[in-house]
Design a protein around this ligand. Structure first.
Ligand code: NI
Length: 223
């Protein structure tokens, strides 16, 4: 290495070092950790022929979360949220009309979400907060009544898939050029409708708004 090459390399190294914490156009980011889906739900009443006067509730669940993002500019990325399937207990709202206990059943879902995020901090900052908005598709599967409810005549539970908007705030804290810690809070509009059979009669819950807050903590890697 001659002196001129050495000088250029040194200048390049210093220039690069000054930018260590900033995301840049073309960066890929992968983050892995945990996400909790905490429903802020409301539902209409269970109807089988007539209104049973009882609605349903959906409990929280935590799973492994994975997300991948690509920076389309220095300040904007497009992020896809994936996770292992969330499994939620579904309970009777206030009382249990069939005498089978408080839990009605459980449902499993995957909520893939695509978000466009804007990073607004100074590019030299190790702390990189962002806001984002996007779209969610929630796929429900493995919907089951508890065995007590199956014995009471309930069967064929099915929830419609949901398509809706999502919004989030989050932040990355850079430990190094590659590694960082991320926290985010999202809100997802997840609305569904349940259908089932009770002793051969068709039943439904016409409106179930799950509308969860999703809290996640992940470790990120930039490449
Ligand atoms: Ni909603």
């Amino acid at each position: 290495m001659n002196k001129a090459t050495f000088a250029l390399t040194a200048i390049a190294a210093v220039t690069f070092a000054q930018n260590v914490s900033a995301f840049q156009k073309g960066d890929w980011v992968i983050r892995a950790g945990f996400a909790s889906v905490v429903p802020d739900e409301s539902s209409s009443n269970i109807v089988v022929g007539s209104d049973l006067g009882v609605n349903v509730g959906v409990e929280s669940n935590t799973q492994l979360a994975l997300n991948l993002a690509y920076f389309i500019t220095d300040k904007v990325n497009v992020e896809v949220l994936a996770a292992t399937p969330f499994k939620h207990d579904v309970n009777f709202g206030v009382s249990d009309p069939l005498g089978t206990g408080d839990q009605l059943g459980e449902v499993t879902h995957l909520p893939p979400t695509v978000t466009v995020n804007y990073f607004f901090a100074d590019s030299a900052s190790k702390f990189q907060p962002y806001v984002g908005a996007g779209l969610n598709y929630t796929l429900f599967f493995d919907e089951d009544f508890t065995s007590a409810n199956q014995s009471a005549g309930l069967s064929d539970l099915s929830l419609d898939n949901s398509f809706g908007i999502a919004a989030q705030i989050g932040a990355d804290y850079m430990f190094s050029d590659e590694w960082f810690l991320n926290g985010s809070i999202r809100w997802i509009d997840i609305d569904t409708e349940a259908s089932f059979q009770l002793g051969g009669a068709a039943g439904s819950v016409d409106s179930i708004e799950i509308d969860p807050w999703v809290y996640s903590i992940t470790i990120g890697y930039r490449f």
